[in-house]
Design a protein around this ligand. Structure first.
Ligand SMILES: [Fe+2]
Ligand SMILES: [Fe+2]
Length: 155
């Protein structure tokens, strides 16, 4: 039996999420994130999928542009190095731009999707998110990262 949430079943919600996420996840460049550890024993692919899923649920709940949130979240950490041991100095202050440049190479991005990627390290990177969608993805990213470090289990 399918669970229901309001008028939509869980199956329908997941199917809608996958209809947005699948074209991004099928890109071999994005799929290669499974080769990189991120934090809390997760791969970077696990992390971006988690941020995308939670952002999607919040985006739907608050009637936001959840398509941009899913795509931006899936691409927000699109960099290809083990940030603990290699990559540029001051990774935390720079990888949002690296991810944005890499994302631009594989797909056309809307202004909102660009902002989601570019501002996801706010307030570390000073300039605040321009859209509510960017702010929420940024907060979800922080939430996922902190709970990964604390070892909190999520479904
Ligand atoms: Fe990041
Ligand atoms: Fe992240």
């Amino acid at each position: 039996m399918r669970e229901t949430t309001g008028n939509e079943t869980t199956y329908e919600i997941k199917r809608e999420f996958m209809s947005i996420a699948a074209p991004v996840l099928e890109n071999p460049v994005v799929a290669s994130l499974s080769r990189y550890k991120h934090h809390g024993g997760k791969t970077r692919l696990d992390h971006v999928k988690e941020v995308a899923w939670l952002s999607f649920l919040l985006g739907k709940r608050f009637s936001l542009d959840y398509r941009a949130m899913v795509r931006g979240a899936l691409l927000h950490d699109l960099f290809f190095y083990d940030w603990l041991h290699e990559g540029p100095r001051l990774h935390g202050f720079r990888h949002h731009n690296i991810a944005l440049e890499n994302a631009k190479k594989i797909t056309a991005l809307s202004p909102k999707e660009k902002d989601i990627i570019k501002k996801h390290m706010w307030p570390l990177t000073i300039v605040p998110p321009r859209y509510t969608e960017s702010l929420i993805v940024c907060m979800v990213d922080t939430f996922c990262s902190v709970t990964d470090y604390l070892g909190v289990k999520r479904q």
